[in-house]
Design a protein around this ligand. Structure first.
Ligand code: MLT
Length: 316
C-alpha cells in the first residue's frame, strides 16, 4: 500500500481531509465556474469530502499550473485548467514546470464554445459592421484577455490573424475582471467562453457578435448569434477544453479514486444541466481516461505550435 506523506493510506483517500482544486485564473471567471460546479459534483463520489477552490491567477495560468506541479503528490491538491496547458509550452520559452512530466492527467471535463462580444456602447450592430470598424481603427481597438496562455488570448490571436489587423490587447488576471471592464466600456472587445458570457448576453449587457463554433449553439440565449464562420471567417473555430491534473507521483490508488469520481461527476444530471445551460458540452468520450487525456493534450500542443509560431505571440 502506498503510504503518503500524511501517513494516511492511499486506500483510504480522501479520508475526510479537504481537497483543494487550484484554478489558475481569477474567481468568477469561466475556469472558476467549471471548477466550482465540478467540485459540487465530485463531493458525493469522494465520500462527501469538502473541496476548496484556490484561485491562483497570473501569467496566463502558468503561476497556478506551477503551484500544483510543486505541490505534495498526495492527491489533496489538484489543478483544473484548460487549453492553456497545451498553449503555454509553446508561448513561454521557459516554464517553471514541464506539462508532460510534472503532472498526472486525471481526465477531461468539457468543451466550451466562445463568443466574440463588444462593450454595450459599440455602434456596430453586427459582425460585419464590427469588422469594418476594426479595419478602420488599426491598433486602436482594445481587446481584453486573461494573459498570454489564456483561452481568450488564444481566440484573440486567431481572430487578429484572420482579420489581419492588430488590436491593442489588455491582459487581466481572468475574464471576470476583463468582462467587468467591458461592461464599463474600458475595453472594446473580448473573446470569452460561454460559461462566462451567457448571463451577460441574456441580460443584454454586452453586444454578442459571433460564436466560435462551426454550428450555431442551441442554448436559448445563444441560439440566434451567428457563427464567425457564417459571418465570413470561414472555418473559424475555437472550443476550450478543460481537464483535471494532480502532481506527478500521486499514488496510483489515489489517481484511480479521483478518476472514478470524475466519471461519476460527469454523469451527474445537475452538473450536466448547469454546463449545458451555459453552452458547454460535458465530455462523454474516452478523453475522460487519463491516458487519452494526456494523448489529446500532446496532440493539441502539436496543433497549436505552428499557429502560435506563425503569430509570433511569444510571452518572453
Ligand atoms: C481564459 O480566458 O483563459 C479564461 O476564460 C480566463 C478565466 O477563466 O478567467
Amino acid at each position: 500500500l502506498a503510504t503518503m506523506a500524511t501517513g494516511a493510506l492511499a486506500q483510504d483517500f480522501p479520508g475526510g481531509k479537504p481537497i483543494t482544486i487550484v484554478v489558475p485564473f481569477a474567481a468568477g471567471g469561466p475556469t472558476d465556474r467549471v471548477a466550482r460546479d465540478l467540485a459540487e459534483a465530485l463531493r458525493k463520489p469522494l465520500d462527501g469530502v469538502s473541496i476548496v477552490v484556490d484561485n491562483t491567477a497570473g501569467a496566463g495560468s502558468t503561476i497556478g499550473n506551477a503551484k500544483v506541479a510543486r505541490a505534495k503528490n498526495d492527491g489533496y491538491t489538484l489543478l483544473l485548467t484548460h487549453v492553456g496547458m497545451a498553449t503555454t509550452p509553446v508561448l513561454y520559452r521557459k516554464l517553471p514546470y514541464n506539462y508532460e512530466t510534472d503532472f498526472e492527467y486525471l481526465g477531461m471535463i468539457n468543451d466550451v464554445p466562445m463568443t466574440i462580444i463588444g462593450k454595450p456602447q459599440l455602434e456596430a450592430k453586427n459582425f460585419k459592421e464590427m469588422r469594418e470598424w476594426i479595419g478602420k481603427n488599426p491598433g486602436k481597438v482594445n481587446l481584453g484577455n486573461a494573459g498570454i496562455g489564456s483561452a481568450s488570448h488564444l481566440c484573440g490571436l486567431l481572430f487578429q490573424n484572420e482579420l489581419k489587423t492588430e488590436m491593442t490587447t489588455v491582459p487581466y488576471k481572468g475574464t471576470a475582471p476583463a468582462i467587468a471592464d467591458l461592461l464599463g466600456g474600458q475595453i472594446d472587445l473580448l473573446c470569452d467562453q460561454t460559461t462566462n458570457t451567457t448571463s451577460q448576453i441574456e441580460a443584454k449587457k454586452v453586444k454578442p457578435y459571433a460564436v466560435t463554433t462551426l454550428k450555431r449553439l442551441t442554448t436559448p440565449a445563444l441560439k440566434d448569434i451567428p457563427t464567425a464562420d457564417e459571418s465570413g471567417l470561414k472555418g473559424f473555430q475555437v472550443t476550450i477544453w478543460h481537464g483535471l491534473y494532480a502532481p506527478k507521483g500521486t499514488p496510483a490508488p489515489v489517481l484511480k479514486k479521483l478518476n472514478d469520481a470524475l466519471k461519476v461527476a460527469l454523469k451527474d444530471p445537475e452538473f450536466i444541466k448547469k454546463e449545458e445551460g451555459l453552452g458547454a458540452v460535458v465530455v462523454t468520450d474516452n478523453r475522460v481516461e487519463p491516458a487519452e487525456h494526456k494523448k489529446f493534450v500532446m496532440s493539441e500542443v502539436a496543433r497549436f505550435g505552428p499557429v502560435i509560431k506563425a503569430a509570433g505571440a511569444y510571452a518572453d
